[in-house]
Design a protein around this ligand. Structure first.
Ligand code: ACM
Ligand code: ZN
Length: 776
């Protein structure tokens, strides 16, 4: 820790936060985001970039001419210098910035950025490569007014993944053309090359289809929108909007100039209520339907038994391929309930006609969905295009050439790669940017739920160790998704994306062996200066106090380490009072051995950060050695068993790392109190979110032992199965018993092993999320 903090300080002092005496020319810093693969500093005098420098591009190369204009614009933003662009080559390099292609590199997006005392050259393996060299130079420049010094360097850089995407849902809330362009600019700044545009859904159809005009006339308008999390209460404000084909082409061209491919998504056969409202004959029941004003998964989907549905899909895709030159077209395939198909004579007739039979792996209706997706694939393949589908397209068998977008965790991507299909990783747990980025949800704009802070994004590794090197090649990329149910405007899009997009960019581009969160944080303020320059509405949580807690059973204390991204001063209190600049200053790990309230704040010349607050609840079990006799669920293991006795309580969000989960097996933990200790009370807490298959405990028992071998039960309780109407949230369970003096305490908690009939997951096991075990 110490050495990293020192590194942090050096980097920052060398860069952004060095106060320069007026008149001093500021220097560039090549530690940008995403971190380039190779940055080799070269001794010698800096190159001075001033107003006399020109940006040169090869004559008749329109893409590099445009690249030169971009660079001129960026240099203007950073320094105020207005550089000229002109045709020219390396022989004119002196004093200038020269752009060229022709770099011999395996990776088509590679570039070399060389700075000598005389000038700058950016050579790409392609025009796109040059564009990424330009992005690096842009981000390296100081924010200043006038000339800048560029230390000599040779940067050799290339992306780790060929597919570096960001997804934007414009159905739930329509986002205008200018804002979509601003989104594309955000992608360019983060070296991304794919814009996944989610154009259609239950709540609005947003792309003009000339053959079926009612899709936008009717399907782009919803009468009202539900307030909050499907409260049943609606506003009375119609919501509408769509892109004409000309506008969509304008977006495609705008993206292409920035070396970004737009991948349109027409989500089928589910998520189609807007289309069904326009053309009710496309549904199994014939309607009537209404463009949805609530969120979730609708039962009404395209009728797979109706030939006109297949013609409809072809008509839509035929126009889509005319607008979007992308090799890949996303056809959705997610969240398509089969209840209508089960009851629909046409769908059942189709199943019969195709000779489809359900088996132990998939239902007949799942195979029917594959038939629909295969039909779309055949149509697109015949036009030289490939499909991408969400991971549900694995159910019922993948279309022969499909690429899978893995969103319900990582298993879909792993399975696709094993089957020899390409996969793009977008798991909810790390890359759903519609999830909260702070635990303190009361101070956040409403989000869909979840918890994906910047650090979690950064720590995601897209290539699962479960894959062989041969299989791993099928993981072609990484993407974050932004669903806009709770994102009413583009300012909020910016807030949800930034700075998580910076962490995403490093996963997509940089070398994983160079991964280091604290060094990433050290690079971040420089990028944030650019966010400021461009007026982006970014989230600022990373500028608050970063606190890590570590139970330290050896010393019987809770270790508390704190740092600020820019090494600014942190002040704290332990008595619950508000921390100020005159409160104790944090210098080294705090050793906490009693209950209290930690409050901490970063004090900067610009003001104080948000106050970090944590109740620390010590009891006889706190920071004692704890051993698990049955496994913690891998997906929700977080920091492991110690979480249960760290003195820190989870809140109503089970994904914060404060809760750990058990699934299929019981929780069985042994706490070593280290010496004979009298106890007469035990308590646990569970966090319940029934819709997520997260249920309460069915059993809680306490056993004691003097030798850790032979145990004796002192208390137990069973709890009834949860009813549909039982509340979600935190459940406390307490057992009291006659005082007993013991060294070892075994806690047993049984999850719901078979969810009740009323639940969609009936008969399947539920998770139990447990936190703090208290003994008194
Ligand atoms: C999805 O989030 N329904 C792909
Ligand atoms: Zn049907």
């Amino acid at each position: 820790m110490i050495s990293i903090h020192r590194l942090l300080k050096t980097t920052l002092l060398a860069g952004l936060f060095t106060a320069c005496a007026s008149g001093t020319v500021q220097r560039a810093d090549y530690q940008v985001i995403p971190l380039p693969q190779q940055v080799a500093g070269v001794q010698g005098a800096d190159f001075r970039l001033d107003k006399n420098a020109k940006i040169l591009y090869p004559e008749n190369n329109e893409a590099l001419k445009r690249n030169a204009e971009f660079l001129a614009e960026y240099v203007g933003q950073m320094t105020g210098l207005r550089l000229q662009t002109a045709p020219g080559t390396g022989t004119d390099a002196r004093g200038n910035i020269v752009l060229a292609t022709g770099l011999a590199a395996e990776n088509p997006e590679a570039y070399r950025l060389q700075v000598t005392a005389d000038g700058v050259t950016i050579t790409g393996a392609s025009e796109a490569g040059v564009f990424y060299g330009i992005q690096t130079l842009r981000k390296a420049l100081p924010v200043t007014d006038g000339a800048a010094l560029l230390p000599q360097v040779e940067i050799n850089d290339w992306p780790r993944f060929g597919y570096r995407g960001a997804h934007l849902d414009v159905s739930r809330h329509f986002i205008g053309v200018d804002s979509v362009k601003r989104f594309i600019d955000m992608l360019a700044l983060h070296n991304m090359n794919r814009f996944h545009w989610h154009l259609t859904d239950d709540q609005g159809w947003r792309i003009e289809i000339r053959k079926h005009p009612r899709l936008t006339e009717v399907g782009s308008v919803r009468k009202a929108t539900v307030v909050g999390h499907n409260t049943g209460v609606y506003d009375s404000v119609p919501h509408s909007g769509f892109y004409t084909q000309d506008e969509a082409r304008e977006i495609v061209a705008y993206a292409a100039e920035r070396h970004i491919t737009v991948i349109p998504e027409i989500d089928l056969p589910g998520h189609m209520l807007a289309a069904l409202t326009a053309y009710p004959q496309l549904g199994c029941t014939g309607g009537p339907y209404e463009v949805w004003g609530q969120w979730g998964v609708a039962d009404d989907v395209l009728c797979a038994g109706n030939d006109s549905t297949l013609r409809f899909i072809e008509d839509v895709l035929a126009e889509v391929v005319e607008i979007f030159p992308s090799e890949y077209i996303h056809v959705g395939g997610d969240e398509c309930p089969k209840v209508r198909w089960k009851a629909c004579p046409k769908c059942q007739a189709r199943i019969k006609a195709l000779g489809i039979k359900g088996d132990t792996k998939h239902t007949a209706e799942e195979y029917l969905q594959s038939f629909v997706i295969n039909h779309a694939e055949k149509f697109l393949n015949a036009r030289g295009r490939q499909i991408i589908g969400w991971d549900e397209t694995l159910e019922g068998g993948l279309a022969p050439n499909a690429t899978v977008m893995s969103w319900r965790g990582v298993e879909g991507g792993i399975e696709a790669a094993r089957q020899g299909h390409q996969a793009i990783m977008t798991p909810t747990t790390y890359l759903y940017f519609d999830y909260y980025q702070s635990k303190d949800v009361d101070r956040e704009p409403m989000a869909i739920g979840g918890y994906v802070p910047v650090e979690m994004v950064y720590n995601y590794e897209p290539v699962s160790p479960a894959l062989s090197p041969e299989e791993a090649k099928y993981i072609i990329g990484v993407q974050a998704n932004l669903w806009t149910e709770y994102i009413p405007n583009f300012r909020q899009v910016e807030y949800m994306e930034l700075p998580r997009m910076a962490a995403l960019a490093e996963i997509q581009w940089s070398d994983p062996t160079q991964k280091n969160y604290e060094l990433f944080l050290a690079r971040l303020p420089k990028l944030v200066r650019i966010y400021d320059l461009l007026g982006y509405n970014y989230a600022t949580h990373v500028f608050d106090v970063n606190v890590s807690f570590l139970p330290n059973p050896a010393e019987g204390v809770l270790d508390v380490a704190m740092f600020a991204i820019d090494s600014a001063d942190i002040h704290y209190t332990l008595d619950g009072s508000e921390p100020t600049a005159s409160s104790p200053k944090y210098t080294d790990t705090l050793k906490i051995d009693r209950p209290g309230t930690l409050k901490a704040v970063v004090i900067r010349p610009t003001g104080a950060s948000r106050v970090f607050t944590e109740e620390i609840a010590f009891n006889k079990a706190s920071v004692k050695p704890i051993t698990m006799l049955q496994p913690i669920n891998k997906q929700y293991e977080y920091a492991g068993a110690g979480t249960l006795v760290d003195g820190l309580r989870g809140n109503g969000n089970y994904k914060t790392g404060r809760w750990i989960a058990f699934w299929k097996n019981d929780m069985e933990a042994v706490i070593d109190l280290l010496q004979p200790t009298e106890i007469s009370r035990a308590q646990i807490e569970t966090c319940v979110v029934k819709g997520d298959w997260v249920f309460d405990a069915r059993y809680f028992g306490v056993e004691v032992s003097d030798d850790g071998v032979t145990y004796r039960k002192v208390a137990e309780a069973e709890y009834p199965a949860l009813g549909q109407k039982d509340r979600d949230g935190i459940y406390e369970h307490e057992l009291t018993f006659d005082p007993v003096t013991t060294r070892y305490v075994k806690i047993v908690v049984k999850p719901e092993h078979s969810m009740p009939e009323w639940h969609p997951g009936k008969n399947s096991p539920a998770f139990v999320f447990i936190d703090e075990i208290s003994l008194n």
